[in-house]
Design a protein around this ligand. Sequence first.
Ligand SMILES: *[C@@H]1O[C@H](CO)[C@@H](O)[C@H](O)[C@H]1NC(C)=O
Ligand SMILES: *[C@@H]1O[C@H](CO)[C@@H](O)[C@H](O)[C@H]1NC(C)=O
Length: 149
Amino acid sequence: MRTGFIFLFLLILSVVSGSFIKTVNNIEDFKENNPGVTLIEMDFEDQEQFVISRSYSLGVRQTGDSVVANGSNKRKWSIPQNVTTTLSYPSSGGNGAFLTYILINCEQSSNLGRAYVTSGGVGQHFIQIIVEAQVTNYFNYAAFFYGIK
Ligand SMILES: *[C@@H]1O[C@H](CO)[C@@H](O)[C@H](O)[C@H]1NC(C)=O
Ligand SMILES: *[C@@H]1O[C@H](CO)[C@@H](O)[C@H](O)[C@H]1NC(C)=O
C-alpha cells in the first residue's frame, strides 16, 4: 500500500511541479499543500514469495563413491500447483553403479511435500524416487546420485 502511495506521489508531483522525480516524506503534508488534488490509490502486486529450501537424502557417503548422475530442473506457475517429479537412475533403465547416497535439494514456495523411493534403493544398482510438492508457485530441484562404479 505504502509503495502504491509513493508511486502515486511521484506521478502527481511530476505533473504538479513539472519536474520528473521529486520525493515526498509524508502523504499528510502533501494533502495539506495540495488540497484540490484527489489521491487515487494504485494497485500493487508483490513478487516476492516465501522460499522453502528442503533437502531429501537417503543412505550415507562411502569411501570411493562419487556422483554417478545428477539432474536439475526449474519450473514456476502463476497459480500454485501440486507437482510430482519422478527421478530414475539410471535414466535409461537397467543397472548402474552401486548406489550409496542420494541427495535432492528442492526449493518451493510452500512447506508441503515429501519424497519416497518407489523401486530399487541405496545398496542396489538402480532407484526410482518420486518427489511431491503441494501448493507451490515454483519447484526447483537439483538431484545427486552417489555410487561406486
Ligand atoms: C493439492 O494439495 C493440497 C494439500 O495437500 C490439497 O488440499 C489440494 O486438494 C490439492 N489439490 C489438488 C488439485 O489435488
Ligand atoms: C551435473 O553435472 C554436470 C557435469 O556432468 C554439471 O555441468 C552440472 O552443473 C551438474 N548439475 C548440477 C545441478 O550440479
